[in-house]
Design a protein around this ligand. Structure first.
Ligand code: GLU
Length: 297
């Protein structure tokens, strides 16, 4: 049974780019007679916008993108992330890191594909050493020089050497916030997700997630990373780039626009939004989705 998901972070309202992700993940799940789950990735309260989670859900409902099961909130699942970290500690796959941000920057081993590479000052520490209560550490995962690769259903073959391209990365921050990389892996496994359809900005994160799945003994979902939508300046649509809010009176127009961006055939005239959705599900072909970034106006 296909189980897919849409996992928004409630940092802002849905915009055309996040609608594209919601629609594509919904279409792919429904066209496989699969389940489509919604998970609210609300792990970083300082970045969140009050009311955004509820607004995202009501926008999905307005577009008749109905999800299965109850919405899962990451903010209520700390115990699951703690259990996964405990398993990694027991195997000495992680270590406590007491470095300040400044030290990490000053001692960086270079710039990797997704930011600076940790210099390794704390890497000799044992996961099971006695920790004084004075300073709370962050927890880092030990990476290796093995190649982690996968074949993306849209972007093709991808690989990274985590040790060289990313470096030992954080799973739990010193301020107590769980890193996205750990939470997403634990939740995808716990929810039985076997197909991940999401934005291309997360392509670089996928090898880290696959590596964690391997260490934790989880199975690996299939991945499809959608093309990014950019504004005329070539910037990804987001709150920072002032993505316009979705005009809910124009739902059919917006849905047709998103399906066009996704390379799908034009739908005929329909009587209702739900007829348009069913037609699009019946004719959905992931192979028509282009890997190229799409400039919108
Ligand atoms: N919460 C992430 C975002 O909104 C998506 C995570 C995922 O799909 O894995 O960008």
């Amino acid at each position: 049974m296909y189980v897919g998901r849409f996992a928004p972070s409630p940092t802002g309202l849905l915009h055309i780019g996040s609608l594209l992700t919601a629609v594509a993940s919904y279409m792919d799940a429904r066209s496989h007679n699969g389940q489509w789950l919604v998970r609210m990735e609300d792990l970083d309260p300082p970045r969140e916008m009050p009311g955004a989670a509820a607004a995202i859900l009501s926008t999905l409902e307005a577009f008749e993108l109905h999800w299965d099961s109850e919405v899962v909130y990451q903010s209520r699942r700390h115990h699951l992330y703690a259990a996964a970290l405990a398993r990694l500690k027991a195997q000495e796959l992680v270590y406590p890191c007491f470095c300040s941000r400044k030290m990490v920057q000053a001692e960086a081993q270079g710039i990797g594909v997704d930011g600076i590479i940790y210099g390794g000052r704390c890497a000799f520490l044992s996961a099971n050493m006695h920790l004084s209560t004075e300073k709370t550490p962050a927890w880092r995962l030990r990476t290796s020089t093995d190649i982690t690769g996968f074949v993306d259903e849209i972007q093709g073959s991808e690989q990274q050497c985590l040790g060289k391209d990313i470096g030992d990365f954080i799973l739990l921050r010193a301020d107590g916030f769980w890193a996205y990389q750990l939470a997403v892996v634990v939740d995808d496994a716990e929810q039985g997700i076997n197909h991940v359809v999401r934005g291309q900005d997360l392509l670089l994160s996928t090898p880290r997630q696959i590596y964690l799945q391997q260490l934790l003994g989880f199975s690996q979902p299939a991945y499809a990373h959608l093309p990014l939508l950019t504004n005329t300046l070539g910037q990804k649509w987001s709150k920072q780039t002032q993505a316009p809010s979705l005009d809910l009176r124009q739902r059919e127009v917006l849905l047709r626009q998103v399906l066009t961006y996704l390379g799908q055939p034009p739908a005929p005239e329909v009587d209702s939004l739900s007829d348009l959705l069913s037609w699009a599900v019946q004719h959905w072909q992931l192979s028509l989705v282009s890997p190229q970034t799409i400039a919108t106006t």
